[in-house]
Ligand binder design. Structure first.
Ligand code: AMP
Length: 412
């Protein structure tokens, strides 16, 4: 029979990788909870309509990247392709607008997009994300950016560059959109087919297209069309970032692949990564909560890819968990005593492993050495002996005192 493999674009998290990923989770918790964020987890799938309304019908994600299926009751469900719309849905569903604002939430979850797999781009991937919902204060924008900068720094990611911009309000964007569409139509013969075909649907994406950088450098920029409030908001975000020593480039061509952004948008990328250089990004989404049926509520947040962070980061070697005691035995009649001893040792807080493969005594001592055991209890015909693997000393001990002896010996 043919060997089964994980589906295309997915991967197994093996034990060595799991340790590095836990480090990301630990640092995210430390950095975000210090700023008042609390963990949230939403379901793996949601009503398809949440993403159609929240992320936007015209986006690549909704048009072609969603894993959508019907449940037995004929409802259309979708594996979450992103975290902001679900977190906003939870905010509305649980009446969090009644809490002190902004409500600050973080998550570390798996997401699903039907994209062409390549290095750093998968169909199931993990994101750590943070959302601050309920305040339009520019300090929220600056603080979320600072927190992601601090997290990437704490995880020793290399070659990080931050780009920021402002998209203004949907009204400013609508007027600008027409201006940009007129510009693109005037140069239609120079546009790649996929850009030309989407002038009506999503003209902003022309800034992401390869091969027309010159043309787009001369295109009208949204940043020059912001109204006074949005321009002042963006200036304040920049002033706070400057004051906190965060380095960034203002990039008026920065557009993000999701429709819900208003005002501030930002993206962190790493020169350590290849074509998929984005490590994390986000921005403000002042209309999203209302779009999914909640009260008019501003919000701001980001998501960063766990796999991309790890690709861009130093990965210090991780030590396997310590084994304080290895319980060896030869006679099958001693198995129950050995089994109970290993359990007792673990309940006392020790790392304890039991012989599980029927090795000879010599084989067991070798295995104990391989796992780095500090002590080996040898249950034999003459009673129990305790071997100190560091000094090589071996002596008889009372079976009931093994755990106490190991604790004492470990502390010496
Ligand atoms: P987005 O939600 O598209 O803004 O993505 C935020 C971050 O998630 C990106 O900067 C990447 O680090 C990561 N990411 C997005 N899509 C993928 C994917 N298909 N595979 C791996 N990481 C991804």
């Amino acid at each position: 029979m043919s060997k089964l493999q994980a589906p295309r674009g997915t991967f197994d998290v093996l034990p060595d990788d799991a340790d590095a990923r836990e480090a990301v989770e630990r640092e995210a918790r430390r950095v975000l909870e210090a700023a008042g964020y609390r963990r949230v987890e939403t379901p793996t799938f949601e009503a398809t309509e949440l993403f159609a309304r929240g992320v936007g019908e015209a986006t690549d994600i909704v048009r072609k990247e969603m894993f959508t299926f019907e449940d037995q009751g004929g409802r259309s469900l979708t594996l979450r392709p992103e975290g902001t719309a679900p977190v906003c849905r939870a905010y509305v569903e649980h009446g969090m607008h009644k809490h002190a604002q902004p409500v600050r939430l973080w998550y570390l979850s798996s997401f699903y997009r039907h994209e062409a797999p390549q290095a750093g781009r998968y169909r199931q991937f993990w994101q750590v994300g943070a959302e601050a919902i309920g305040s339009d204060d520019p300090a929220v924008d600056a603080e979320t950016i600072l927190l992601l900068a601090d997290l990437l720094d704490a995880l020793n990611t290399h070659g990080i560059r931050l780009r920021i911009s402002s998209l203004g309000t949907p009204e400013t964007r609508a007027a600008y959109r027409e201006e940009l569409q007129a510009y693109l139509r005037a140069h239609e013969e120079r546009l790649p087919r996929e850009v030309a075909e989407r002038i009506d649907l999503n003209p902003l994406r022309a800034f992401d297209a390869a091969g027309i950088e010159d043309l787009m450098a001369d295109a009208p920029k949204l940043l020059d069309r912001l109204d006074a409030d949005d321009a002042a908001h963006f200036a304040e975000v920049r002033r706070l970032l400057d004051g906190a020593g965060v380095h960034y480039d203002v990039d008026p061509t920065l557009v993000r692949g999701l429709d819900y952004y208003t005002r501030t948008v930002f993206e962190f990328e790493s020169s350590e990564l290849g074509a998929q250089s984005g490590v994390g990004g986000g921005g403000r989404y002042d209309r999203l909560v209302e779009m999914i049926g909640g009260p008019d509520t501003p919000g701001c947040g980001w998501a960063a890819g766990v796999e991309r962070i790890l690709l861009a980061a130093d990965r210090p070697p991780v030590a396997p968990p310590p084994v304080d005691l290895y319980v060896a035995f030869v006679r099958p009649g001693d198995r129950a005593t050995a089994f109970a001893l290993a359990g007792e040792a673990r309940r006392a807080g020790l790392g304890a492993q039991l012989e599980l493969a029927g090795r000879s005594l010599k084989g067991q001592l070798k295995q104990a050495d391989r796992v780095g055991a500090r002590f080996v209890a040898i249950l034999g015909e003459e009673g129990t002996e305790l071997r100190d693997m560091e000094s090589g000393d071996q002596r008889a001990v009372d079976a009931g005192r093994v755990v106490r002896e190991v604790i004492r010996g470990r502390e010496l």
